[in-house]
Design a binder for this molecule. Structure first.
Ligand SMILES: Nc1nc2c(c(=O)[nH]1)N[C@H]1C(S)=C(S)[C@@H](COP(=O)(O)O)O[C@H]1N2
Ligand SMILES: [Mo]
Length: 513
């Protein structure tokens, strides 16, 4: 193998070792955030809005994993290049490592919960390990005339093989310790907030029976309440903000007669309602799965707003997150429905960290990007013109009502079905107007009404089902819905930007004899 390739491998492995140590220390020490997450987080607001939007549209809830992998791949490539260039410029990798380390420190300190000295030490260790690995592995290459260590002969070849074998070992060990570190962080995220106790669930929401949920009878149909572990997740936070329930505060500020502040205990002492509501992401494509329904437990926003006293002209409510993210919606929408809540519970459990622990807003009828602030810490009343939420300057519409839509779940994409009677089923939604009709067409022969499962609420999606006789071959199914006001969803198609996708969902099924 040529020396330059070994040098490239050495550079890449040095980066792997450095990342491995960084992730390991982040997993072990609570005040050290994952350096890879921190760097990703620092990059996100700097990407053009179109790039972030594209990533969410293309990768959905996996966009975060794709970004993190890309960062690692780019780092490996830079490492490999630096390994090669170091042959002529030996100081280069040191400079690059120190620069990357500096960037890592700055990015980490912007993460909630990071503290300076542990971060500095952890990143210094990661940088030192990277430089050491590169130094050790290129020692032989730098000096081909150097005598081999005792017991070896053949100056070049044996040393090179030894270098390669050692590099392989270092790479494997680094991936192992790095994975262990990430597993440590994931564990903390799951277990951290377990100490909060909630009011008992099930006080007001109806018990979910098969009359309200046909998914037990139809394999592949979305359950009426989406299980929390399958609920989509969209946010700009790479590592889930970890909120300390003891120091967390919720403040109601701005154009109010009297600002209010709540500790978590005080918020949990407020009266609670259970609200069944569907939330959706504006990036959801026709037929997409960036939508879910949960039984949220929370305090009606209107109650707390009335206590604070809304000043005339306060036409916008802005939610602010501990991570700096913001979203704003018309004040009216919180006043006209008691289902607009500050949620602390989801599907009978406290709000998981991924979905906004300890509190988030749920405003039925609005896309998440204008309303559903997770890790909520401030509710500010302002004018409609006075503030634009996070996504508005990035090209998305200021108002974000969820559009009437419907989706075919069954038959599933690429599922092979047999000729004869075929069950076709799915969901349709138009929160808060509700759905009055769902119609299905086969091969353009004309729309026929499907059966609607009893709706849980006007704030949730409904399930629909029908049985259609299909013969052998390919058939195209199309679904469309009519909302509670009698408005049929437009045929579309329209893309998600700037205010949500539109269009009838179509699916081709191949029917076997
Ligand atoms: N703090 C914060 N809250 C946020 C977001 C975010 O990026 N940061 N994204 C919003 C968007 S775009 C959506 S669609 C919903 C998704 O909620 P979920 O992740 O609980 O499904 O959260 C909203 N709340
Ligand atoms: Mo979203």
């Amino acid at each position: 193998m040529p020396v330059s390739r070994i040098a490239a491998a050495a550079g890449a492995v040095a980066v792997v070792a450095s990342i491995g140590i960084g992730e390991l220390l982040a997993g072990l020490v609570a005040s050290v955030p994952s350096p890879v997450d921190a760097i990703g987080q620092a990059l996100i607001p700097r990407f053009p809005g179109a790039v972030t939007t594209w990533a969410i549209a293309t990768f959905g809830s996996a966009n975060r994993a794709v970004l993190l992998s890309s960062i690692v791949v780019v780092a490996l490539l830079i490492g490999a290049a630096a390994g090669v260039l170091a042959r002529a410029t030996p100081g280069l990798p040191v400079v690059l490592f120190v620069l990357a380390g500096g960037f890592g420190v700055v990015a980490s300190l912007n993460q909630p919960g990071a503290s300076f000295v542990p971060v500095l030490l952890a990143i210094a260790a990661a940088v030192a390990v990277g430089i050491a690995v590169l130094r050790a592995s290129t020692r032989y290459l730098d000096d081909p005339g150097r005598p081999p260590p005792a017991g070896e002969d053949g100056v070049g070849t044996v040393s090179r093989r030894r270098v390669l074998v050692s590099l392989g070992g270092v790479a494997i060990a680094s991936v192992a310790v790095g994975s262990f570190g990430r597993w440590g962080t994931a564990d903390r995220v799951r277990t951290a907030p377990a100490e909060v106790s909630l009011p008992p669930p099930g006080a007001t929401g109806p018990t979910i029976t098969s009359a309200l949920d046909a998914s037990s009878e139809i394999d592949g149909l979305s359950p009426i309440l989406t299980p929390t572990d399958r609920f989509f997740r969209i946010d700009t936070a790479l590592s889930v903000p970890r909120v300390d329930p003891d120091t967390w505060r919720l403040r109601i500020t701005g154009m109010v007669d009297q600002e209010l502040e709540f500790t978590l205990d005080q918020l949990l002492d407020e009266p609670f309602d259970e609200v069944d509501a569907t939330i959706a992401c504006v990036s959801n494509e026709v037929g997409g799965d960036l939508i879910g329904t949960a039984r949220w437990l929370g305090t009606p926003l209107v109650d707390l707003l009335e206590r604070a006293g809304i000043e005339p002209g306060a036409t916008q409510i802005v939610g602010r997150s501990v991570d700096g993210w913001t979203a704003g919606f018309p004040t009216e929408l919180a006043l006209q429905q008691r289902e607009a809540i500050i949620a602390v519970g989801m599907n009978g459990e406290q709000l998981p960290e991924r979905h906004g622990f300890p509190a988030r807003l749920i405003i039925p009828g609005l896309f998440g990007y204008v309303s559903a602030t997770k890790w909520l810490t401030e509710i500010e009343l302002t004018t409609w013109e006075g503030f634009d939420g996070y996504w508005v300057p990035r090209g998305w519409s200021k108002e974000g009502p969820i559009k009437t839509a419907s989706r075919i779940d069954v038959p599933r994409a690429r599922e092979r079905v047999s000729a004869g009677d075929v069950v076709v089923a799915g969901v349709a939604w138009a929160p808060t107007r509700g759905i009055s009709d769902v119609e299905v067409d086969v091969d353009g022969e004309g729309f026929r009404a499907a059966d609607l499962v009893m709706p849980l609420a006007d704030t949730t999606w409904i399930q629909w089902r029908t049985t259609i006789s299909l013969d052998e071959g390919e058939h195209e199914l199309t679904v469309r819905a009519v909302d509670g006001d009698g408005q049929r969803q437009p045929e579309g198609p329209a893309p998600p930007a700037p205010d949500g996708s539109e269009g009838w969902h179509r699916r081709t099924v191949s029917v076997a004899s």
